[in-house]
Design a protein around this ligand. Structure first.
Ligand code: SAH
Ligand code: SF4
Length: 423
């Protein structure tokens, strides 16, 4: 979502500013920040520290901090770092043009939750379009999982209207976009209004997007198991454009831990959803997020996570060590698990997930896949593409032969990519 937000912020100032490749030539430097885990938040302060030299050389340089760390620590940040000129929370990006045109030295701080105004002012027309582009359709969260800062940094759940999303998608597809990835902290809780001003759901929004002729692929992320309704599951079977890919974070396989996390589902309920969707789309790539070392997680709880992973067989996954976040409910629980134990659990889980990813990818060897071109590879004449199962395929090809859409034969597979050649 921060990638999307950065694109939209740069769109808002494209009449007066353009992107430069080095901070040496910049009139303004904007840091867009993530607060989800401690490590990401810490990085921000060391990055700001590195910018002091640029400010010393150019007194007119504006340093702006945006995103969730700005939202969570804005006021303290201004005090701690005198070189910062402005702080903008995730729902105030519409203020960027004013901040950049401000000639005074007055420091500015914008932390209100104004989603409606933000999307209204950002508009639905996109200046740049990639072959695979993001659109935020939903923001914020009302679920309050006990480990998570999102409800505090992004605010309450908000959905954009169907018309706004379709208009934005059309503007992207007029300029070469072929795949749209719908974004939301809880994307399947989407409940924007349709053209008759009636609340709708994600399945209905996707059906509207499918009508866009040039659009070939649609994906959505991140979903919550509680909002995985029948209409959405059915759509995976009937839709010609929805990618056979579902990112559905489970976090843990232990019912005790899930309860303490306030996830409001059991491992059995999660497995039932997986069962239903696999019956409809047998070749679907399933993906998930995991947290190890949540306070009170016993070795037995952790084993239950491993068992769930063994049962599902994921094609893709993200896994993290639990990170204490100020303001969350779990922050008040003492964590009794040593760092060493947390590292060992993470390692064990990641080894298993890596094997599963590799097995999923190996099942494609010998098959033909359609790819969208994503960019260059590391070597000369090497390129990267993406399948509709969201795998990266590396292939070699003369520059003059490369096209934005290609059919490749898969020759080999690893845990993080496929190797292909042009058919
Ligand atoms: N809305 C999604 C997740 C959004 S946050 C959901 O409910 O599943 C993205 C991921 O970051 C989470 O799935 C979780 O695995 C991880 N995460 C969030 N807070 C964390 C914390 N305090 N420590 C470690 N990982 C965390
Ligand atoms: Fe955070 Fe997701 Fe839970 Fe919302 S549902 S609080 S975004 S982990």
């Amino acid at each position: 979502m921060n990638v999307y937000d950065s694109e939209r912020m740069s769109d808002t100032v494209n009449k007066t500013h353009s992107l430069v490749s080095s901070p040496d030539n910049a009139d303004a430097i904007l840091l867009n920040t993530c607060h989800i885990r401690e490590k990401a938040a810490e990085k921000v302060y060391s990055e700001i520290g590195k910018l002091a030299d640029f400010k010393n050389k150019n007194k007119n340089l504006k340093i702006i901090v945006a995103g969730c760390v700005a939202q969570a620590e804005g006021k303290a940040m201004l005090q701690r770092q005198p070189i910062i000129d402005a702080i903008i929370g995730p729902q105030k990006y519409q203020e960027l043009p004013d901040i950049l045109s401000n000639k005074t030295n007055k420091r500015k701080i914008f932390l209100e939750f104004d989603e409606e105004e933000k999307f209204f002012k950002l508009g639905n027309s996109r200046k740049k379009s990639l072959i695979s582009s993001f659109i935020t359709i939903q923001e914020g969260c009302n679920k309050f999982c006990s480990f998570c800062v999102v409800p505090f940094t992004r605010g309450a759940e908000y959905s954009r209207s169907v018309n706004d999303v379709v208009e934005e998608a059309r503007s992207l597809c007029q300029n070469g976009c072929k795949e749209i990835i719908l974004l939301g902290q809880n994307v399947n809780a989407y409940h924007g209004n349709d053209s008759r001003n009636v609340q709708t759901n994600l399945a209905k929004l996707i059906l509207e997007l499918e009508k866009i002729k040039n659009l070939d692929r649609i994906s959505y992320t991140t979903s919550h198991p509680r909002d995985m309704d029948e209409a959405l599951i059915d759509l995976h079977a009937s839709s010609k454009k929805l990618n056979p890919f579902l990112h559905l974070p489970v976090q843990s396989g232990s019912d005790t831990i899930l309860k303490n996390m306030n996830r409001k589902y059991t491992s059995k309920e999660y497995l039932n959803i997986i069962d239903k969707i696999r019956k409809k789309v047998p070749n679907i790539a399933l993906s998930s997020d995991f947290i190890v070392g949540f306070p009170g997680e016993s070795r037995r709880d952790f084993k239950e996570t491993l068992n769930l992973v063994k049962e599902v067989k994921f094609a893709h996954a993200y896994s993290f060590k639990y990170s204490k976040r100020i303001g969350t409910k779990a922050n008040r629980i003492d964590c009794d698990i040593s760092e060493k134990e947390k590292n060992e659990r993470l390692q064990e889980l990641q080894t298993l997930l890596k094997d599963q990813k590799k097995n999923f990818n190996l099942s494609f060897v010998g098959k033909e896949v359609d790819i969208l071109l994503k960019g260059k590879g590391k070597k000369e004449n090497q390129f990267r593409g993406a399948t509709k199962w969201m795998q990266t395929v590396i292939f070699e090809c003369k520059k003059s032969m490369v096209k934005s859409q290609l059919k490749l034969k898969v020759k080999d597979a690893f845990d993080n990519c496929l190797m292909g050649e042009i058919v």
